[in-house]
Design a protein around this ligand. Structure first.
Ligand code: ZN
Length: 301
């Protein structure tokens, strides 16, 4: 799943390619992906791209219309790529017609939405995997999307200080990994970057938030800033099709079960859950003690 740094990379890439272009087509490929009906998707056609921005892991395409009637509202296209979603950019978008379907073939990637611009360029939002969860909203204001309105602070915003983080940690006693992934607490960090941040800060993913001392808070805050800033810099200037590989290549422990920890050389371990897994280094993060893997212990019973 693309997280803050990849979505930021997409924002910069799409801004350079499409700012000032007029939208000439918006064709839905998967009916289930379109979550709104007012304004209609057709409201985008004829509108011009004002710019792209990001809210957490959400992409926001803002538009305006030349000579728009008074009181008309410029629509925004809000996109959440979810786990299997991605964006495919075309300098020449295919002329084939995208037909609306519900869902899609079991495993293959399907086109959720195709957008065309007046210079012949455009993009597809595509989604792979059996669960189709990519979401497209056409709204008058980004805050009209409830999941955007309820996002927590942006972690790279200067207003996100160690004090703000301390407040979040103290709100509820929970595992720090869960807090970092909670979009309502902090926007834009998911399963991958929470593993990376905790490895940099040298904390167990299961460390309880109320156990954080002021020094621990400062270390976690530094790790968040450092990890995300580095990943945004690595994503920046890369074309859309290279962002996923860049993310994978930059990971220290996430997705690297069985490989050597880049800090200490110990083996990277994992804990599996029903629908995901986390990776960590026992030497760096848990005092050398491997964490219980419930799936593994169930198998051993
Ligand atoms: Zn290590």
């Amino acid at each position: 799943m693309p997280e803050l740094p990849e979505v930021e990379g997409l924002v910069r890439f799409l801004g350079e390619r499409s700012r000032g272009r007029t939208i000439t087509g918006a064709d839905v490929g998967n009916i289930a992906a379109l979550k709104t009906f007012d304004p209609p998707l057709t409201a985008l056609v004829g509108a011009t791209v004002r710019g792209w921005s990001r809210h957490g892991k959400w992409l926001d395409l803002a538009t305006f219309t030349f000579d728009a009637p008074e009181n008309s509202v410029d629509p925004h296209l809000l996109v959440h790529l979810s786990r299997g979603g991605w964006l495919r950019w075309y300098d020449r978008v295919p002329t084939t017609t995208v037909r609306p379907r519900l869902g899609g073939s079991a495993r293959g990637a399907v086109i959720a939405l195709r957008v065309r611009f007046d210079d012949g360029s455009g993009f597809d939002l595509t989604e792979a995997g059996t669960q189709k969860r990519l979401a497209v909203h056409v709204v008058r204001d980004p805050a009209d999307v409830p999941q955007v309105a309820s996002l927590g602070p942006e972690p790279l915003d200067p207003a996100f200080t160690a004090d703000v983080l301390a407040g979040l940690l103290a709100t509820k006693n929970q595992q720090v990994k869960g807090l970092l992934r909670d979009q309502g607490a902090i926007a834009g960090i998911g399963n991958a970057y929470s593993d990376e941040i905790l490895h940099v800060a040298r904390f167990s993913p299961f460390k309880l938030t109320k156990s954080f001392t002021p020094d621990d808070v400062a270390a976690l805050h530094r790790a968040i800033t450092q990890t995300l800033t580095g990943a945004v810099a690595a994503s920046s200037g890369k074309p859309a099709q290279e962002l996923k590989d860049a993310k994978r290549a930059g990971m220290r422990v996430h997705g690297r079960t069985g490989q050597a920890c880049p800090e200490c050389g110990d083996v990277v371990r994992e804990v599996s859950f029903a629908d995901r897994s986390l990776q960590y280094c026992a030497t760096c993060q848990t005092g050398g003690q491997p964490l219980a893997d419930r799936r593994l212990s169930r198998l051993l019973k």
